[in-house]
Design a protein around this ligand. Sequence first.
Ligand code: ZN
Length: 494
Amino acid sequence: MLFRKLIDSPWLYFGLAAVVLLAAVFSQFERVDVEVPRGEVSDIAELSERRDLNVLFILIDTLRADRVGAYGYERATTPNIDALAARGIRFEQVESQSSWTKASMASLWTGLLPAQTGVLRFSHALPEEVKLPSEIFQEAGFRTAGVWRNGWIASNFGFDRGFDVYTRPMPNNPSNNLRRNSPSSHRLEGTDLDATQAGVEFLTGSRDQPFFLYLHYMDVHQYLYSDTSPVYGSSFSDIYDSALHWVDQNVGALVAALKGEGLLDNTVIIIASDHGEAFFEHGDEGHGRTLYWEVQGVPLIVALPIAIDGGIVVEEPVANIDIWPTILDLVGLPGLTGAEGRSLLPLVLASGEGAGSEREELQGRTLFAQLDRAWGRDSQDADEILSLRKEPYRFIYSRKFPEESKLFDHSSDPVELDDLSGSAPEMVARFEREAEDLFERAQPEWEVREIELDEMMRAQLRALGYDVSPPDPFEEAKRRAAGKSTEAQEESGP
Ligand SMILES: [Zn+2]
């Protein structure tokens, strides 16, 4: 209730904690030291017995794994994230389930494939029939809060269920000391510091009741960085790295706040992303158009309330649909019903102990991702592509234009430039069958919910740089004449 009051009161909301935080971020301390009790791999399984654990889920929109220091990047873009990885669990190969936010996040939260959620196009909303992790936390007595800056996961798309507070933070930090150099000229109000402040405010004084806090950062997506960020060069790719450094400083500020509140030794911190970003590896800049490695490969780091010497690296390919089955298992809460994703906890323990038994089972798995290339266009029919990743292969299947399908072998071609589909017809046929089998078996068990997006909502999404088609003027006139509701407008606000 106290937090409710704080949220309602703008003056308290941006109180002392925020001031301290601002000083912390801009003082440019490169890396916040993380001090938690040391533990052994065998202690990880016992975390599920604890009843004092909090969960902080940090989603960095548009973060490709190979730009993160812990994943081997040569630039020091992410000192704070690297420090979390160094004492926690890092998944080396993680596949997102789509290359644009809403489809990907719908799968991430539900543990279902895009074909199962049915959330594939810009008007689709999260099915009400599926229980979300936030609801599981809420039912277990956690205080829950979501702080987001991406319109694709706004309340009207159904992403607010289970959160006591689900809010877009007020743009409190005019970005006069932040720079922006986005490939699109569109602007999103505020900065990730607004989200950090709201998050810190939430976790301040929260030692009495466990919390689940979800922060969805957008400044990497927006190519927004601080005056204090390193300048790597002038290309979009360089600016992206500066923005990542800025967001990493925000992660450091969060860790500092946890430390200040004495919460580091009972909080699980997760760093994840919804998709990557292309820099012309396959002729394209941005995301949401293809399913190649540069938009599909995301980081996944889980820092525990105990420090594992040297950290644990899980080398097997895993998927974003595995995140919540894993975390719920880790903290001893009920899992997601009917999820396609699996708990990776056995794999984590096996990796930590160097055992091999659990690994083989997961090695046979195909990791799916899906994209309707017409997702932003009302008037166009579906144009689905499906990525099937089964190491060392990635097969990208076009349902509408099968002749465009592509096959890559990562063992000789990790950057997916050498299409082998012409020379391996049998393998192509096998993958095509598997793709069609998936479409056959993985149907939504509900009618896909559609939200009517008015022009204001579309404008907000275009402000994120998305190519959402303008409404058909004839349809718009018909809609007005029929006096249909403008739910999206009312719920999303300006
Ligand atoms: Zn995104």
